[in-house]
Design a protein around this ligand. Structure first.
Ligand code: GLY
Ligand code: MN
Length: 458
């Protein structure tokens, strides 16, 4: 945990942003896997973690906006429970660790809320059990999640403090090891599953967990591939998108793409260079006041320019980007916020987190998936993750519709159908005068990746 002071300050800042009422922050409970006592591994709610850091199930926090005083609701374990689970920190000690002034048994929460016949602010629920719990507590009298609270939390959590950045960098230390392990262990004939096992095993052996399910595949064009059944072959590319959590559950999110054989072929080098240039171009937009949507569109422009040189696209570059033709190859957004969640605060509403108030989300294919479009501010932590993919289903659909024929050379695409995809992803902090790539350096250039892979084969 951070110090009690950190959590107290966070709650004070939150209360200053709101006018009146009380804030209800439900902690998470264990989720059953297949019957009630067989649980999935417990993950605390990120907002609960942010405001009190207590990493135990069956806790709820109430904050009085006017006084900024908090009450922790929870129960010490009974002897029966200790027989099965062992001891856990007493609720009174938890409250002290988090600088919480009062604590009460869980059974008193509902009457406490009733007595404070006041505006009860709470955040959107993303788990069914959480929604049922909140509805029950409020006796169906709820007016829904509080927009005022949502916006205040987003404002506060968007700006990372030094101690949060240190956590994200602690996550990246282990993530860097994931990526080196993957590069060193990948060879023709190795199963994807074996690499995923090594990554997950490494996380566990370091006492960490994953910030999201590993994406590791020679089918890199499948953006969120979570199956690992292929035996890798020379000539293929492996895409590894994996990130560890820090001890306090801050996320990291890194992607590297490398040749299974250890050496990029000429065609792979050509596409890799374009993606690398997309990321470099995007970095130049990573500074306070710059729009991340502009960064996305600049990356798209670099993609079209490069693909045009290879004869895969044609026509006017700016017109192609404006029309959205690049999205055949770059169908996702350039990046997203990163923090306690890998897509930070997405549960509070993607548009509220990622878009300027006066700017709506595009409905153009590709641009519509951009999670972060707003102007950047010092303290934002985000991903920069351009990619180029050859997605046979999408190519076939667009070709059959004659979509963007003025910009796409469908005939030339034929020989790329089994290329897969390349993504390069790093995590950055927006500083007062630009940006800083977080965490240790992870081989990123073609030369660095080939050297990393060769080291193990020597
Ligand atoms: N790492 C997966 C994603 O950003 O969606
Ligand atoms: Mn990402």
């Amino acid at each position: 945990m951070f110090s009690a002071n950190t959590y107290q300050n966070r709650r004070n800042v939150l209360c200053e942003k709101l006018n009146e009422g009380i804030i209800l922050l439900p902690g998470n409970n264990p989720v059953p896997m297949n019957y009630p006592s067989n649980w999935l591994r417990f993950r605390q709610d990120s907002n609960f973690l942010y405001y009190c850091g207590l990493d135990h199930p069956h806790l709820n926090l109430v904050i009085d906006v006017k006084t900024s005083e908090s009450t922790l609701f929870g129960d010490d374990l009974t002897v029966d429970e200790i027989v099965w689970e062992g001891e856990r920190t007493k609720v009174s000690e938890m409250a002290q660790l988090a600088g919480i002034e009062h604590w009460l048994p869980s059974a008193e929460l509902q009457s406490f809320l009733k007595d404070h016949n006041n505006h009860i602010h709470y955040l959107p629920c993303y788990r069914g059990d959480q929604q049922i719990f909140v509805d029950g507590l409020l006796n169906g009298q709820s007016k829904g999640a509080s927009k005022e609270l949502i916006q205040s939390v987003i404002q506060q959590r968007s700006i990372k403090t030094d101690e949060e950045i240190a956590e994200i960098e602690a996550a990246l230390q282990v993530t860097a090891e994931f990526h080196k392990i993957a590069m060193q262990s990948t060879h023709p004939g190795v199963k994807e599953q074996s690499i995923v096992g090594q990554i997950e095993g490494h996380a566990l052996s370091e006492g960490r967990r994953l910030a999201y399910p590993v994406i590791f595949s020679v089918r890199g064009e499948i953006l969120h591939m979570n199956e690992y059944n292929n035996v890798m072959a020379g000539g293929q590319l492996a895409l590894n998108d994996s990130g560890a959590e820090s001890p306090l559950h801050y996320a990291s999110d890194i992607t590297r793409t490398f040749p299974v054989s250890g050496k990029f072929n000429d065609r792979q080098k050509e596409i890799y260079d374009i993606v690398y240039d997309m990321q470099e171009a995007a970095f130049t937009y990573c500074a306070p006041g710059k729009s991340y949507k502009e960064a996305h569109l600049e990356a798209a422009t670099i993609a079209v320019r490069g693909l045009k040189k290879l004869g895969l696209m044609k026509g006017d570059v700016d017109e192609a980007v404006k029309a959205g033709a690049h999205a055949l190859f770059f169908p996702h957004g350039l990046g997203h916020m990163l923090g306690l969640d890998v897509h930070d605060m997405e549960g509070l509403g993607e548009d509220l987190v990622g878009y300027n108030e006066d700017e709506g989300r595009s409905d153009q294919f590709g641009l519509a998936y951009l999670r972060l479009a707003k102007n950047l501010e010092p303290g934002f932590v985000l991903t920069v993750e351009p990619g180029i993919y050859f997605i046979p289903h999408l190519i076939d659909q667009w070709q059959s519709e004659g979509k963007h024929e003025a910009f796409i050379n469908y005939d030339a695409l034929e020989s790329y159908r089994d290329f897969g995809g390349i993504r390069i992803e790093d995590n950055i902090l927006i500083t007062e005068d630009g940006f800083r790539i977080l965490g240790p350096h992870i081989p990123r250039t073609i030369e660095e990746i080939e050297a990393e892979m060769a080291e193990n084969n020597a």
